[in-house]
Design a protein around this ligand. Structure first.
Ligand code: FEO
Length: 183
């Protein structure tokens, strides 16, 4: 008796996304190492924390595939892209990476909708929300570096940005959680 509740296309897409999340973790590890080697301990700490989050995303998908009776396929993880060339470039790369990941998540949402796989559609809504948060966070980081001077940011501005990021919360607040009492 076939107990796999995932279609072959959804199973393949979820496995691919699971590997993308593992790859994202490696990317954040690489950028975090670059930041630390260049003296930005706070940025490094922020990126290492994010690498951990991405591993958790990978595990959520792995667990979901198993719970739906599907087959998990662990493959090689692509090497991260080249190191950033500056703090500004680092956050631009982070932002672009998250936007690309959102595109990938949306494709699975659409596929599950087209196939009327409502369990997968429902599961993926957590990732839609998470991506909105992660994009918000990346945009706010880019705003901060822009105020600090972007590519021309001075050492003092980068120093305070670095200290700031050491304690920056891992999650950004979503628009739907805002009220007039608490804007
Ligand atoms: Fe798991 Fe940053 O997306």
């Amino acid at each position: 008796m076939n107990t796999n509740r995932l279609s072959p296309a959804i199973e393949a897409a979820l496995n691919e996304q699971m590997t993308r999340e593992a790859s994202a973790s490696q990317i954040y590890l690489a950028y975090g190492s670059w930041a630390d080697a260049n003296g930005y301990g706070g940025i490094s700490n922020f990126l290492f924390r994010h690498a951990h989050e991405e591993r958790n995303h990978m595990m959520k998908i792995l667990e979901y595939i198993l719970k739906r009776g599907g087959k998990v396929t662990i493959t090689a993880i692509p090497a991260p892209p080249s190191d950033p060339t500056s703090v500004n470039n680092c956050f631009e790369k982070v932002f672009q990476h998250e936007v690309d990941n959102t595109t990938s998540i949306y494709k699975i949402v659409k596929l599950s909708h087209d196939q009327e796989d409502w369990a997968t559609w429902n599961f993926m809504q957590w990732f839609v929300k998470e991506q909105t948060e992660e994009e918000n966070l990346a945009i706010s980081l880019l705003d901060k570096i822009k105020i600090a001077g972007g590519e021309n940011a001075k050492d003092e501005a980068l120093y305070s940005l670095d200290r700031d990021l050491e304690t920056t919360p891992d999650d950004a607040r979503l628009a739907q959680d805002v009220t007039t009492d608490n804007p």
